[in-house]
Design a binder for this molecule. Structure first.
Ligand code: PSU
Ligand code: MN
Length: 310
């Protein structure tokens, strides 16, 4: 007999522990957006505000992170504050977890890792800003975010505002189609492009209410297809940025990426910080607004799911 390896313990926050006992709806949140997606102190303020949005809807927020080699499902206010200021925090995708846990490291969970750990914690709904995807030129570099592969294999619904056009959004959607991941436009036919309400590309289907979304998820998962679902929720119109303005910032960021020859896991954080730098404070305001909007929808789906008796 091959000896069993004991599972890795999960450290639940008091709030999440309570919600689990009461079987209340929960929404997972990622933490790479805190460590690598936004500057301090806006990262901390946003993380707290996003959690508050979920509580206001009647669900419990669970911000996921690895602290000193331990997997946390939900962070308390002190942990969140320390994490938001920790310049040594790693960016942890699927392949990085074993290293971080074995070496006692601290790091933010990407969309991929948040999906993995949310599933282990029996949380089915997850809100974030934007997912990773196929990078421009990805057909040659093979720079394809592990987020897409995770969506193909892990049963979690990811509510996002689409993806930033730092990526090749057409190829990103093709990849998701190949791997059987539905991309649902929430209140729209279009696939949104994070800062703008449309990328010019279509989502697979449009649904208009949290109940309809919960019903789709129930059928998708009841089939045992084993995959995630992308719920693409466009940025509220009043926060959307002019397309030409944001595209200029993105093109400049991509030129700098080329000039500096950056590759691997540093690509996305580099592009995120350059776009922010070039597009000024307005893009940060937009980013914060869309994450909160996604948190609200994720919480509403989680509530509908509870109403359905699961
Ligand atoms: N896109 C954003 N904001 C983010 C990220 C992507 O608009 O914060 C982060 C997420 O954590 C996402 C990760 O899972 O970057 C993807 O990184 P990569 O492309 O290296 O897989
Ligand atoms: Mn990559």
């Amino acid at each position: 007999m091959i000896p069993q390896i004991p599972p890795i313990p999960l450290y639940f926050s008091a709030e999440v522990q309570q919600a689990r006992l009461e079987q209340r709806p929960m929404v997972a949140l990622e933490s790479t957006i805190i460590s690598h997606g936004m500057p301090f102190p806006q990262n901390l303020e946003t993380a707290l505000e996003v959690e508050a949005v979920i509580r206001d809807q009647g669900a419990a927020p669970a911000t996921l992170a690895v602290l000193d080699g331990k997997i946390h499902i939900g962070l308390d206010a002190d942990q969140l504050e320390r994490f938001a200021q920790d310049k040594t925090a790693l960016k942890l995708s699927r392949r990085d977890l074993g290293y971080a846990l074995s070496r006692g490291k601290t790091g933010g969970t990407t969309v991929a890792t948040t999906m993995i750990l949310a599933r282990q914690a029996e949380i089915r709904f997850f809100a974030t800003g934007g997912i990773g995807g196929v990078h421009r030129g990805g057909q040659n570099s093979l720079d394809i975010s592990a987020d897409l592969q995770e969506l193909a294999r892990t049963e979690v619904a990811v509510v996002c505002a689409g993806a930033k056009s730092i990526l090749d959004l057409g190829r990103t959607l093709e990849y998701l189609e190949t791997h059987g991941v539905p991309v649902i436009g929430y209140g729209t036919e279009d696939f949104p492009a994070f800062y703008t309400r449309s990328s010019g590309l279509k989502a697979d289907y449009r649904l208009d209410t949290p109940l309809e979304l919960a019903q789709l998820l129930q059928q998708h998962w009841a089939l045992g297809l084993g995959s995630g679902v992308v719920i693409a929720n466009p940025i509220p119109a009043e926060y959307a940025l002019p397309e030409s303005e944001i595209n200029r910032a993105i093109e400049e960021a991509l030129e700098e990426l080329d000039a500096q020859g950056i590759s691997g896991k540093a690509v996305t954080p580099f592009l995120l910080s350059k776009v922010l730098e070039r597009s000024g404070g307005k893009s940060l305001v937009a980013n914060i607004a869309l994450v909160k909007n996604n948190a609200k929808v994720a919480a509403q789906i989680a509530l509908e799911w509870g109403e359905m008796g699961f």
